[in-house]
Design a protein around this ligand. Structure first.
Ligand SMILES: NC(=O)c1ccc[n+]([C@@H]2O[C@H](COP(=O)([O-])OP(=O)(O)OC[C@H]3O[C@@H](n4cnc5c(N)ncnc54)[C@H](O)[C@@H]3O)[C@@H](O)[C@H]2O)c1
Length: 311
């Protein structure tokens, strides 16, 4: 059983700070975070944990104990990076940047340091193309907010050793995560393939005038969305029977969206500046203002804390 304690996180942004916070929850852990800009990583982690304190999941002392295990450096040659047993990269989603970052890290890190990339959608196999010891490297796809959502998809490249996959899974489980192994390096890994099949259909329903955006979301929240955490698709398929699943698919798959391109409606919205939260006037499928945007984020965190911790 691997008992890793020395961690490095490369990139101290939204995901990097959450990942550092998660790794620091392991007993005896130390986490060094590296960014190219000066970042107050301890303040970021305190910020992440504020709501957990307010809901009574952790105490102020727990926060300070966690923060004490996380340090920051701008120096890639920092000995704490050189000595790390497992490193997770969370720099920007740019293939060349990630490839060059790992090529640079391979020169600095000990030869048995496990390399993980938190890429959202890019191929870990391609990300590791410039390193020599490819068997030590895999994907670890955390979900935002990374300190709350339990899932981490551990992505096996064509070169990753089984030992490395097992060690990463064990380590993430110790940090309170729910790691799952994605056995093939495929775009979207496991969960985003399903999530975006659903989004494609949701957008198509609006585009085809079957229902408006609000109705689509109401339908989800008041039907399968409600039972999904308890009854996932394949359990549900067994529950209704695979024969019924077959009959439904045999009929309905002829009609649901199967486009391999983003929806023309999405393109039109982009052309019209309807970027959602990022639009100047807050227009997307809905109309947002600063208050409703903050409320949407706060409501999500509060909901997740209630679901995960019962608080
Ligand atoms: N945001 C999400 O919801 C989400 C979810 C899962 C995965 N991801 C992935 O995680 C990664 C990070 O995303 P984020 O949202 O935290 O981005 P972010 O912009 O918040 O953070 C990226 C950080 O990387 C730093 N950086 C850039 N070049 C660097 C270098 N050479 N060395 C060290 N640090 C460097 C930046 O200064 C910045 O602080 C991306 O690959 C992203 O696709 C994001």
């Amino acid at each position: 059983m691997a008992d890793l304690k020395k961690f490095a996180v490369i990139g101290g942004g939204m995901m990097g700070s959450a990942i550092a916070q998660v790794l620091a929850s392991i007993d005896g852990a130390s986490v060094i975070v590296r960014d190219i800009f000066d970042i107050d990583i301890k303040a970021k982690v305190r910020g992440n944990m504020k709501l957990l304190v307010e809901h009574g999941v952790v105490t102020e002392q727990d926060v300070e104990d966690r923060v004490a295990k996380i340090e920051f450096t701008k120096d890639i040659n920092d000995p704490r990076i050189a000595d790390a047993e497992l490193l997770i990269e969370g720099v920007l989603e740019d293939m060349k940047l990630k490839q060059d970052t790992f090529a640079e890290l391979e020169k600095v890190c000990r030869p048995d340091c496990i390399f993980c990339t938190n890429t959202s959608v890019m191929s870990p196999t391609e990300i590791y193309s410039k390193i020599e010891h490819k068997e030590r490297a895999c994907g670890t796809h955390f979900w935002n907010p990374g300190y709350l959502i339990p899932l981490v998809e551990v992505v096996k490249t064509v070169n990753t050793s089984d030992e490395v996959i097992n060690t990463v899974v064990e380590t993430l489980a110790k940090a309170g995560k729910k790691p799952v192994v994605c056995k093939k390096d495929v775009p979207g890994f496991i969960a985003n393939r399903m999530q975006h099949a659903l989004w494609r259909e949701a957008i198509s329903i609006v585009e085809n005038g079957i229902a408006d955006a609000e109705t689509v979301d109401i339908a989800v929240k008041n039907s399968f969305g409600l039972r999904l955490p308890q009854l996932a698709p394949l359990e549900n398929s067994d529950m209704v029977g695979t024969q019924l699943t077959y009959n439904i698919h045999n009929y309905v798959l002829n009609y649901i969206e199967d486009s391999h391109k983003p929806s023309p409606l999405l393109q039109q919205m982009i052309d019209e500046g309807k970027f959602g939260f990022r639009a100047e006037d807050g227009q997307g499928f809905y109309k947002w203002d600063e208050e409703s945007k903050k409320k949407a984020n706060d409501d999500l965190s509060t909901y997740l804390i209630r679901m995960l911790y019962g608080k």
